[in-house]
Design a protein around this ligand. Sequence first.
Ligand SMILES: Nc1ncnc2c1ncn2[C@@H]1O[C@H](COP(=O)(O)OP(=O)(O)O)[C@@H](O)[C@H]1O
Ligand SMILES: [Mg+2]
Length: 480
Amino acid sequence: MTKTCTIPLGDRAPSPKQTEFMRAGTKYVAFGGARGGGKSWAVRAKAKLLAAYYPGIKIMIVRRTYPELRANHINQLRAETGDMAEYREQTKELTFINGSVILFRYAANEKDLDKYQGTECDVLFIDEATQFTEEQYDKFKACVRGVNGFPKRIYLTCNPGGIGHAWVKRLFVDRIYKDAENPADYAFIKSKVTDNPALMDTNPDYIRQLEALPPKLRKAWLDGDWDIFEGQFFEDFVDRPEQYQSRQWTHVIEPFEVPEGWTLYRSFDWGYARPFSCGWWAIDFDGVAYRILELYGGRDDSPNEGLKWTADRVFAEIHRIETEHRWLKGRRIHGVADPAIWNAEYGESIAETAARHQVFFDKGDHERLPGWMQVHYRLAFDEAGFPMMYIFKNCKAFIRTMPLLQYDEHKPEDLDTDGEDHVADEVRYFCMARPIKPRMTPPPDTYRHSPMFVNLDIPKEDIIAKPRRKRVEVITHGKE
Ligand SMILES: Nc1ncnc2c1ncn2[C@@H]1O[C@H](COP(=O)(O)OP(=O)(O)O)[C@@H](O)[C@H]1O
Ligand SMILES: [Mg+2]
């Protein structure tokens, strides 16, 4: 006789959207569509309920990488099922006392996927399905088969963006179907962070972080808009000459003398047939970064074409600038560059050539999406219009190329690398060398909601704000 499983759902009821997901009965169900909507929680809840309710059922939970799988599913499900199930690390399977099994699978690459070819299951959950290509999805889908009487179901969770953006959007958002696909088999349950009371209660900052994103990303991740990853990539970059002196609501500013004691950086992206790009940065005592100088190896008469300087020539020039320019000479400069320049396949690496010219670099972090997020965080203005990154107006390559960059058609949150992206890449390495937290939008006005308001009876307008700290003065000497 099979034993009966009783499994607690947790100390909190599912949200209305999660309930809808629990009850969904179509063959394919997508859940989510924005960040923080309680998707992984709902996957765990539904998987353990199915396992308990249908003795002997086989369920597979998929996530792209093993660490993500462990952090989002394995650890929690082990804890939540207690004596009702036993986990085996070797096979990554959680076996319930009633004979049901949850298989945990990941596919960071094609090789991983091939391992699962013979696997069969009744119910498949793909968490963060937009991180998989359609081919990978098809391979997992093929595992859902078998002649037992259990319902065959495929559940996906998703956010706009990621490599699988297009196929998930087609099936569940645009609902455009091919011959073999039956529209009635597909349902999409949209859940946003605002539909997840658990997260809103425990981490109210999370929604403010999403609100601080540039408009397109905010629309995608906060509102679950699938149509936005097109057009200009750095729509948050602002160049307003009338604000160069005030430094508010603009990134480009008048140059000033770089004070002693500010930390200096040099960021570098190598190029020969394509332009190379070198940027110098100064960091003030508040952590604000200023792009003070740049050397760009692109031809004036032909965009995105390199000067074809040898590495020796490039680094001799960089060394000359660093020993002659008054903002740089005699000062320690932290170098950061594309890790690819350490590649020594063809003899001396670019990094070694640089070192011969006393130009030293640390390996930059080239994770692209976190890097772009850092650039966005730095470009974000605070409530007074001050960003965390400024560009001296003499940095012409930055000012010209950054607004040209477009979203990639195939990798939604990334930029199109066919564009002139050499400055952007080097800016990204720099930003990843000094990552910052996203700055948040100002908190709601609690004054008027405070019971003290009634007793004090002072109109808010009569309370004078603390004077703002004086910003560094601009010294232009009447020239650039
Ligand atoms: N019904 C619920 N009860 C308790 N906690 C929940 C519930 N739904 C979501 N959470 C919690 O909210 C947070 C975000 O949920 P999660 O499922 O990880 O979101 P997503 O996968 O959509 O990003 C997690 O800490 C999760 O445990
Ligand atoms: Mg999740």
